[in-house]
Design a protein around this ligand. Structure first.
Ligand SMILES: Cc1cc2nc3c(=O)[nH]c(=O)nc-3n(C[C@H](O)[C@H](O)[C@H](O)COP(=O)(O)O)c2cc1C
Length: 321
């Protein structure tokens, strides 16, 4: 299947596995790339040795295009930016800021640069900088989030920029992909859908919570400190929310609670960890391999996307039959 994004990135299907801090490692990213999508290694907060090791693991599994994510607010962002250039990564997505400082180096190395944006104004700024595409990520997403929904953000960004737009946030099946394309996207990025795949190394207990989640089972923590993040409701998230009601009194305690909270979830502490996941966890009900997920998504999207509007309505009316 061809879109501007599949052509730009040299991938077979317009599906990107979004960066997931401390979760999206070389093994997961390689499995997604090998399956025809684009896998992304999450470098946020990771030491250089880890990044080097994960790129090497991924390269030992696949020769297909491979991406990495740089969190620009990280103190180590400049070092990671240089290391990824040296390692010859094919695509870099960026979060939390502007990649302006690194863009000349990355472009000179032939790296495709794709910032994640949560507003139309930022997408326009990125286009003026000369990036290759943007990921427009709605607030339904797991992890750190903006305010706008995917439904409002993606068409707004698409009508404001000419570079290709990748829709993200709340997409986990073929219908979601078709919907994102209807809003103007030329590819999709998913995080939550890939949390439960076999190649994802989070603890089984975390996966089980994602598989069991209903649509109302996520909550946003961190609004009080200005860094909102969506995670599954649990003891940790509820306590954070209650303490956030009075930041002046509980700011220090909250800071302590956040330390290592994602790592605790990854290791299986489903009470005291931050189990980041998006609203669409409700649709994630089966464990599969990355290849099986991508094949299923494309089969569903092709079947649904081949219909005209009337047929779509009929298919909608007959769902569950
Ligand atoms: C556990 C988790 C961690 C995430 N960490 C990052 C990250 O480090 N950098 C980033 O740009 N996006 C991060 N994201 C966002 C994803 O890359 C992706 O855009 C998002 O999950 C899409 O929405 P969805 O969860 O509804 O599929 C994270 C998402 C999750 C679920």
């Amino acid at each position: 299947m061809k879109t501007r994004i599949t052509e730009l990135l040299g991938i077979e299907v317009p599906i990107i596995q979004g960066a997931m801090a401390r979760i999206a490692d070389g093994k997961l990213a390689a499995a997604v790339s090998e399956a025809g999508g684009l896998g992304i290694i999450a470098c946020g907060g990771a030491p250089a040795e880890w990044v080097r090791e994960q790129v090497s693991i991924a390269r030992s599994i696949t020769n297909k295009p491979l991406g990495a994510n740089v969190m620009l607010m990280d103190p180590g962002a400049a070092q990671t930016a240089e290391l990824l250039t040296e390692l010859g990564i094919d695509v870099i997505t960026t979060g939390a800021g502007s990649p302006a400082n690194f863009l000349p180096m990355w472009k000179e190395a032939g790296i495709k640069v794709i910032p994640v944006v949560a507003s139309t104004a930022l997408a326009q700024r990125m286009e003026r900088l000369g990036v290759d595409a943007v990921v427009a990520e709605g607030t339904e997403s797991g992890g750190h989030i903006g305010e706008l929904t995917t439904m409002a953000l993606v068409p707004s960004v698409c009508s404001a920029v000419s570079i290709p737009v990748i829709g993200a946030g709340g997409i986990a099946n073929g219908r979601g992909i078709v919907a994102a394309f209807a809003l103007g996207a030329e590819a999709v990025q998913m995080g939550t859908r890939f949390l439960t795949v076999e190649e994802c190394s989070i603890a089984d207990a975390y996966k089980e919570r994602v598989l069991a989640a209903k649509d109302s089972d996520t909550i946003v923590t961190g609004r009080g400190s200005g860094h909102p993040a969506r995670c599954l409701k649990n003891k940790f998230a509820r306590k954070v929310r209650s303490l956030e009601a009075d930041m002046a009194a509980h700011g220090d305690e909250l800071e302590q609670m956040y330390l290592g909270s994602l790592k605790r979830a990854i290791d299986g502490d489903v009470d005291n960890g931050s189990m980041m996941a998006g609203q669409i966890a409700a649709l994630v009900q089966e464990r599969k391999t990355a290849q099986e997920v991508i094949d299923e998504l494309m089969d569903q999207a092709r079947a649904f996307g081949a219909l005209d509007l009337e047929q779509m309505a009929q298919a909608n009316a007959s769902r569950g039959e």
